[in-house]
Design a protein. Structure first.
Length: 132
């Protein structure tokens, strides 16, 4: 999976959509029941998924990241406002990358991708999972 996540902020998640002028895949509101866990959300969140399935190939990561990059490209001013008005504790593209035990896999970011993420103040990270 690969997702743009805006988490841990006080405002209503609809305000994130308004500022970024993008619709999320899902939102969570503090205190409301999380449909996945069945427990109340501990914080507000806003998520835009680019690849909901497991990432198992570097090319899958690159394509999903490119989809997110194209969504945020030329929105630096929107992200500046998000940082100023909403002040999320977490603003990142994150996901999980599944690596077979006896294989070599890789992920990469191009200079252009890094430039767009940096200009918008968006971090990037992956959890790596070994598949036996």
């Amino acid at each position: 999976m690969l997702t743009l996540a805006v988490n841990r902020f006080e405002a209503d998640p609809d305000k994130v959509s308004e500022i970024l002028q993008m619709e999320p895949t899902s939102v969570g509101r503090a205190g409301e029941i999380n449909t996945t866990s069945g427990r109340p959300n501990k914080f507000n969140g806003w998520w835009l998924e680019a690849h909901p399935e497991r990432l198992e190939q570097g090319l899958d990561h690159e394509r999903a990241l490119d989809r997110l990059i194209e969504r945020i490209r030329d929105r630096r001013k929107h992200f500046e406002r998000l940082h100023e008005d909403i002040r999320p504790q977490i603003l990142t593209i994150y996901g999980g990358f599944y690596v077979p035990k006896d294989s070599q896999s890789g992920v990469w970011l191009s200079v252009d991708q890094m430039s767009v993420l940096s200009s918008c103040g968006v971090e990037w990270g992956l959890d790596l999972f070994r598949v036996d």
